[in-house]
Design a protein around this ligand. Structure first.
Ligand code: ZN
Length: 196
């Protein structure tokens, strides 16, 4: 039940220490890991997110869930989009990017841990993702489009980075006051108590 899940976990917002820490590798593939991933999917869906990393709910583990929507009209899909978009919600255990494409693109990103703030981040259009599933099986695909973007954003969380750390100096300065306010008030926000 979502209510029980949200009593156990809450979404950590900007300023929370765990968001700046490198998360630990998953070494045990058991029912507990599957339960945690299922809880993360519920939280992600509740907030209409398209991705959530374990540190965002206070768990220092290299675990990510994705709920990236498919766009059937998008041409030239990467092999990863073809293979993975119809498997959403998707769990990535110990994900890593093994190669970055050279083409960069702009996109306005948001984050459940930085509520109400959006900003442009330049990132490679395509990356090669290597990850394990909940049974520990490895898979590796080139992922572009929104999927590639979301993977890069979520994997940053595992290394202690937020999208606001990737914004241009100028764009970052424009949101600095909002970030300051969020850091000060984050914990008191209704945002962390959605069952009310
Ligand atoms: Zn995020």
């Amino acid at each position: 039940m979502l209510v029980d899940i949200m009593k156990k976990y809450n979404v950590k917002t900007f300023g929370s220490e765990i968001l700046g820490k490198k998360a630990e590798k998953v070494t045990v593939f058991d029912d507990k890991l599957a339960e945690l991933a299922a809880a993360m999917v519920e939280i992600m869906n509740h907030f209409d997110g398209i991705g959530l990393a374990a540190p965002q709910i206070g768990i220092s583990k290299r675990l990510v869930v994705l709920g990236v929507p498919d766009n059937p009209e998008q041409p030239n899909k990467s092999i990863g989009e073809v293979m993975l978009l119809d498997k959403m919600p998707l769990v990535l255990v110990n994900p890593e990017i093994t190669a970055f494409g050279s083409d960069l693109c702009d996109y306005d990103e948001g984050c459940l841990s930085v509520p109400g703030i959006y900003g442009n981040v330049k990132r490679p259009y395509i990356v090669k993702l290597k990850a394990q599933d909940l049974q520990g099986n490895f898979f590796e695909y080139e992922c572009g489009g929104l999927l590639g973007r979301c993977i890069q954003h979520e994997l940053d969380h595992l290394d202690g980075y937020l999208f606001v750390d990737r914004m241009s100096e100028e764009d970052r300065q424009n949101i600095e006051f909002k970030l300051f306010r969020l850091k000060k008030n984050g914990k008191r926000k209704e945002y962390n108590r959605p069952w009310k």
